[in-house]
Ligand binder design. Structure first.
Ligand SMILES: [Zn+2]
Length: 134
């Protein structure tokens, strides 16, 4: 564990997001899919925002996607990120069809760049999903 990872605040899971955070221990990106309308649901919740159904099932995603939007940050949002600036806050369109907000550390990606998951270790054994160019 790096000193930097130890200072990144540990996310506090909600009842709905607990399975997502547990899966990050195995570096798996999971997301809910509605059993009724088949839409992917992000962020985790108990009711499908598309059709109102309660039948949400977890599935493992590839972790591959394409950059939809980029915002380069030169001032760290957290003290733990001070040695990582500049870094990018990105929207990634995942292969499976969902859009997720995340980070790219290192050189900024461009819109349309292909990316894949790059996990940032957290001090409690979970991992924070970020992305890197493929
Ligand atoms: Zn639905």
């Amino acid at each position: 564990m790096s000193e930097n990872a130890a200072t990144i605040p540990v996310p506090e899971p909600s009842a709905a997001s607990a399975p997502f955070w547990e899966a990050t221990r195995n570096r798996q990106l999971i997301m809910q899919r509605c059993g009724n309308c088949r839409e992917l649901v992000w962020y985790p919740r108990f009711v499908c925002p598309n059709c109102g159904d309660f039948d949400l099932q977890w599935e493992t995603l590839s972790g591959r996607g394409v950059i939809y939007a980029v915002s380069v940050h030169h001032r760290p949002a957290l003290p733990a990120l001070a040695d990582r600036v500049p870094y990018s806050v990105v929207l990634v369109d995942l292969e499976e069809g969902a859009r997720i907000m995340s980070n790219v550390f290192g050189p900024a990606p461009a819109v349309g760049d292909a990316v894949t998951l790059a996990w940032v270790p957290l001090p409690d054994g979970r991992n924070l999903p970020s992305f890197e160019r493929r």
